[in-house]
Write a new protein. Structure first.
Length: 120
């Protein structure tokens, strides 16, 4: 597809595009990203490319497929202890800004929600 250039930019191939030039790509995802930055306009003429199928986001997983997610690994209806059932084997992997911590079991929690053995 061809797109009119709205603002000057240099493509990742090293080509310089000035306002009024035509940018050509077959990658719809890349075109949308450049449109989001307001560097190129809407597609000009030609046939529209078929959109690529996107993977469903984690929030959009259907209930019948949700039972294979890590949150439900212990099975349905079972109570999961707050520390993930690791009996204190959780460690801090990374400290994030704003008082958040990433734990070895994959959870991200606030400092106040840390297991007692990890609070400093």
């Amino acid at each position: 597809m061809k797109y009119p250039v709205k603002r000057y930019f240099i493509s990742r191939e090293g080509n310089h595009y000035r306002e009024g030039d035509i940018f050509e790509t077959g990658d719809l995802t890349r075109a949308k990203k450049l449109q989001g930055k307001n560097w190129i306009g809407a597609a000009i003429g030609g046939e529209k490319p078929k959109p690529t199928p996107e993977q469903p986001k984690q929030d959009e997983i259907l209930p019948e497929k949700a039972e294979n997610t890590p949150e439900n690994a212990l099975g349905q209806g079972e109570d999961v202890p707050e520390n993930g059932g690791d009996d204190g084997e959780v460690a801090i992997v990374e400290q994030k800004p704003g008082g958040w911590y990433k734990l070895s079991d994959g959870r991200t929690v606030r400092k106040s929600e840390l297991p007692e053995h990890l609070q400093q």
